[in-house]
Write a protein that binds this ligand. Structure first.
Ligand code: PBG
Length: 325
C-alpha cells in the first residue's frame, strides 16, 4: 500500500475527495449601524457586521473564491412575535439588497427562523399550555405564517435561496406555497431538515443573542441519538418542496450525512457549526492543534461523508489555504 503514498505528486492523483471553494457557504451575522465590525468573542475570527462592512467582507471573500453566504440578522429590537424578522426593510432584507447590488454573482442565502428576533429566544410563537408539565410550548401552526412572511420579505429583497432553520412541522410546505403565490416560484428552499438539539450551538447563541430565555429547544429540534428519524424529517421536507436539505451539526453527525446521501438525490448541505469551529480555535490558540490542518481535515471528512455543500465559518480561510496548497 505504501507505493502510492511516497510522493505528494502520487498522493495527489489518487486522492478520492477534494475540497473546492464552491463547496463552501460562509455564515455571516449582520446588525444595524455603519462602519461596524464587532468581533464575536466566542468565535475568534468572526464578527457582527453592519451592512456596509458586510459588503466589504463579502467582496474580500469573493476574491478568495467564496461563492455563497448565509445571512443571520441581529435586529435592533425584539418582541414576543419576532416582528423585526419579517419587516420588509428589516436588517436581512437591507443586507440582501446591498449584497446583490455589489456582488450579483454571490449566492445569498438567508436563514429563516424567529429565534434571533424574539425576546424569549425561541424559534416560534409561544402558547400557554394547559395541564402539562411545561408552562409554555412553541405553537407550531401559529409560527408557520410568520416564517412564510419572513421568507417572502427575504425573497422580495432578492435572496437567491431561503433556508428555514426553525424545525416546525410543515414549514417547508407553508413557505413554498407563500413564495409560489407571490411570484417567487423560482426561489429555492434549503431546509435545515435534520437539525439536532445540540450543545455545539453555544457560541452562535452568544453571537446572535438568541439563547432561549427559559427552557430549551428539545421540543422541536431532533434528539441527538436518532438517525432513522432524520430520514423521516428529510423525506417530509423533500415532499413539501425542499430543493436542498441540511444536516446540522456536521462533525458529530457524519453518519447522518452518509445516510441522507445514500437515500436522497437532492443536494445535501452540512453545517459545521459554531462549537465545532470554536473548539478548534481554542485548541489552536493554546498551541495544541494546527488550525489549518485540522480545519481542512474536518472539512474533507464532511465532504467524504457525502455533503455537497458545507456551511463553515472557515470558508474564506479554507479558500485561501486551498490556493496556497
Ligand atoms: C437558529 C440557528 C442556530 C444556528 C443556526 N440557526 C442556533 C440554534 O438553533 O439555537 C446555529 C449555528 C451555529 O451554531 O453555528 N435558527
Amino acid at each position: 500500500m505504501r507505493r502510492l503514498r511516497q510522493l505528494p505528486t502520487l498522493r495527489n492523483i489518487v486522492r478520492e475527495t477534494r475540497l473546492h471553494p464552491a463547496d463552501f457557504i460562509h455564515p455571516l451575522f449582520v446588525r444595524p449601524g455603519r462602519g461596524i465590525r464587532d468581533p464575536i468573542a466566542s468565535m475568534p475570527g468572526q464578527s457582527r457586521f453592519s451592512v456596509d462592512t458586510l459588503v466589504k467582507e463579502c467582496e474580500r471573500s469573493f476574491r478568495l473564491g467564496v461563492r455563497s453566504v448565509l445571512l443571520f440578522g441581529i435586529p435592533p429590537d425584539k418582541d414576543s412575535l419576532g416582528k423585526s424578522g419579517y419587516a420588509k426593510n428589516g436588517i436581512v432584507p437591507r443586507a440582501v439588497r446591498a449584497l446583490k447590488r455589489a456582488l450579483p454573482d454571490l449566492v445569498v442565502i438567508t436563514d429563516v427562523c424567529l429565534c434571533e428576533y424574539t425576546d424569549h429566544g425561541h424559534c416560534g410563537v409561544l402558547e400557554k399550555t394547559k395541564g402539562r408539565r411545561k408552562k409554555y410550548a412553541v405553537d407550531n401552526d401559529r409560527t408557520l405564517p410568520l416564517l412564510a412572511k419572513m421568507s417572502l420579505a427575504h425573497a422580495e429583497a432578492g435572496a437567491d435561496v431561503v433556508a428555514p432553520s426553525d424545525m416546525m412541522d410543515g414549514r417547508v410546505g407553508a413557505i413554498r406555497a407563500a413564495l409560489d403565490s407571490r411570484g417567487f416560484s423560482q426561489t429555492p428552499i434549503l431546509s435545515y431538515a435534520a437539525k439536532y438539539a445540540s450543545a455545539f450551538y453555544g457560541p452562535f447563541r452568544d453571537a446572535a443573542g438568541s439563547a432561549p430565555q427559559f427552557g430549551d429547544r428539545t421540543g422541536y429540534q431532533m434528539d441527538p441519538p436518532n438517525v432513522r428519524e432524520a430520514i423521516r424529517e428529510i423525506e417530509l421536507d423533500v415532499n413539501e418542496g425542499a430543493d436542498m436539505v441540511m444536516v446540522k451539526p456536521a462533525l458529530a453527525y457524519l453518519d447522518v450525512i452518509r445516510a441522507a446521501r445514500a437515500r436522497f438525490d437532492v443536494p445535501i448541505a452540512a453545517y459545521n457549526v459554531s462549537g465545532e469551529y470554536s473548539m478548534v480555535k481554542a485548541a489552536a490558540r493554546a498551541g495544541w492543534l494546527d488550525e489549518r490542518r485540522v480545519a481542512l481535515e474536518i472539512l474533507t471528512a464532511i465532504k467524504r461523508a457525502g455533503a455537497n455543500l458545507i456551511l463553515t465559518y472557515w470558508a474564506p480561510d479554507a479558500c485561501g489555504w486551498l490556493h496556497s496548497a
